[in-house]
Design a protein around this ligand. Structure first.
Ligand code: NI
Length: 181
């Protein structure tokens, strides 16, 4: 397994439509494992194959918090077959749009059909954040970013700034220790 480089906004590949997966190959299995690892490493709740530069219809989602048990789902060739009329406007972020967030109107409830890692079909119903993640990630397969669907201003991510400050603080402390030696 390996952590792959995340393609960022401005990269043309993020605007392209991904191709259906016809059969699962060792190479695609490796891709899926790498997508999982990259998503966890980056602290994302989801990742789509084009974000790591591969135009295949594969999505990995885990909306569980770090302190919760993992709730990992792989969706191959996902299709959203139902979207509730009831929608919700909530802030989203994306690993491909670092440091930013902005509100997007999404259905509160969706139904998705997809294949699992063994290419077996399954259906899933999802609410709230999982429904939102499915919409966000399947958009990636169409070459659409959440910034194309903004329903309010794009903002700097406050939490990320905070994390960055904490990280710098920790590094500062470490450097302090080294200096003492
Ligand atoms: Ni994204």
């Amino acid at each position: 397994m390996a952590i792959r480089i995340i393609r960022e906004i401005g990269d043309e590949i993020l605007t392209k439509k991904s191709k259906e997966v016809k059969e699962i190959t060792p190479r695609l299995k490796e891709l899926i494992e790498d997508m999982k690892e990259t998503m966890y490493d980056e602290g994302g709740v989801g990742i789509a194959a084009p974000q790591v530069g591969v135009l295949k219809r594969i999505v990995v989602i885990d909306i569980a918090d770090e302190e919760e048990e993992p709730d990992l789902h792989v969706f191959i060739n996902p299709v959203i077959t139902e979207r509730s009329e009831e929608e919700e406007n909530m802030k989203e972020a994306c690993l491909s749009v670092p440091g930013k967030c902005g509100p997007v109107l999404r259905p509160k409830h969706v139904k998705v059909e997809a294949l699992n890692e063994d290419m077996e079909p399954f259906e899933m119903e999802a609410d709230g954040i999982l429904a939102r993640a499915l919409c966000h990630e399947t958009d990636h397969l169409e070459g659409i970013l959440y910034t194309d669907r903004l329903n309010g201003p794009l903002e700097d991510m406050a939490d990320e700034e905070e994390e960055e400050l904490q990280r710098q603080e920790r590094q500062g402390k470490k450097r302090g220790k080294i200096r003492k030696k």
